[in-house]
Design a binder for this molecule. Structure first.
Ligand code: NDP
Ligand code: OXD
Length: 319
């Protein structure tokens, strides 16, 4: 029995060797092979640990039982049109990953609310200027997507005192969060949002959803003056030219972007140089090989005991 690691190397925590080391330590009785490095017998592969695998690789494994996606978002994996539909795909739902995402959301919501940019600018000029301060309950945060990550971030934002609302595909009832759903619920959601936090998966329905038309429906009467966009979901959700146009015509006050249509963000992108754009390099939350290998091995062992896999992706919904 082989567990094949098909991890596209992109530095940091996405080093195939780092993942292999953790899986070999946790599964000393199994063969762990790394695609592109180790030779392996395709017929012996029962499990794949995948992050942006080479298209076609998974379809070439005749006895595959489960694909473990090594992150939360499965858009890259599902982009492989040869993927077999009968093999379940398990995605990551993990307290450590969720916590890191919540840190990212809360960090940037607080930076906007407490006017971090104005304070940094004053300091750079040696100026003792205290900007106007208001309480958190004057600021309306709208969570686009109300999944594992958004619900956790929402809990913390509610505790801090923000007015929190959310938008999802299906109806939800979440304590202290005003919930909207479906396209019919979008106007009410956007129209009462000062800080839009995008935590949607990238699917056929959500691609390019964050465009100028949508951004112009955000609240115009908020305490921050102009609405703010924070996207930590996926770059394919946004239309980058529209975000720039909305920053320049006053529709948006600021954009915090962790994800981009093309990653790494090309040096030529004007987003790099825009004074009201904050860029982070798709590291809102790193997938930690130590923690996530533990999650995968726990699920693999449960599966072999005949138990039901958790967090299986719905291929029709695309998330
Ligand atoms: P979940 O699958 O738990 O939640 C997805 C949410 O989006 C659900 O509430 C779902 O609605 C909603 N949704 C999906 N499609 C639509 C639609 N068409 N209209 C309205 N709502 C929709 O995902 P997670 O919370 O675990 O993760 C969210 C995303 O965050 C990931 O897919 C990934 O892209 C991104 N991510 C980014 C990271 C980073 O470092 N930048 C790290 C980790 C994740 P419903 O509840 O009704 O199904
Ligand atoms: C993820 C990511 O989806 O890191 O887990 O983007």
């Amino acid at each position: 029995m082989t567990l094949l690691l098909a991890v596209k190397s992109s530095g940091g925590n996405w080093s195939p060797e780092a993942w292999a080391k953790r899986f070999r330590a946790r599964l000393p009785d199994r063969t762990i092979a790394v695609a592109g490095i180790d030779s392996f017998d395709a017929a012996s592969v029962r499990y794949v640990g995948a992050w942006k695998p080479e298209p076609g690789l998974i379809a070439s494994l005749p006895n595959l039982r489960v694909v473990f996606n090594l992150g939360a978002g499965v858009d890259a994996l599902l982009g492989d049109t040869s993927l077999p539909r009968h093999v379940p795909i398990v995605r990551v739902v993990d307290a450590d990953l969720t916590n890191r995402m919540t840190e990212y959301v809360v960090w940037h919501v607080l930076d906007q609310h407490r006017q971090g940019a104005a304070l940094r600018s004053a300091q750079s000029r040696g100026a003792w200027i205290a900007p106007d301060q208001w309480s958190a309950d004057k600021v309306r945060v709208g969570l686009m997507g109300l999944g594992e990550i958004a619900r956790d971030a929402g809990d913390v934002l509610v505790r801090l005192g923000f007015q929190v609302s959310g938008w999802s595909r299906s109806p939800k009832l979440i304590k202290d969060v005003r919930c909207h759903h479906g396209l019919d619920g979008l106007d009410a959601f956007l129209g009462t949002t000062d800080i839009l936090v995008v935590l949607l998966p990238l699917t056929a329905d959500t691609r390019h959803m964050i465009d100028g038309r949508l951004l112009r429906r955000l609240a115009r009467d908020g305490r921050l003056g102009k609405p703010v966009l924070i996207n930590a979901g996926r770059g394919g959700l946004q239309v980058e030219a529209d975000i720039l146009a909305c920053l320049d015509d006053g529709t948006l006050g600021h954009a915090v972007l962790d994800v981009f249509e093309s990653e790494p963000l090309p040096p030529s992108s004007p987003l790099w140089r825009h004074p009201r754009v904050t860029i982070t390099p798709h590291n809102a939350a790193d997938s930690d090989p130590e923690t996530i290998s533990g999650y995968v091995v726990e699920q693999l062992r449960a599966f072999e005991r005949g138990e039901t896999l958790r967090n299986v992706v719905d291929l029709d919904r695309g998330y």
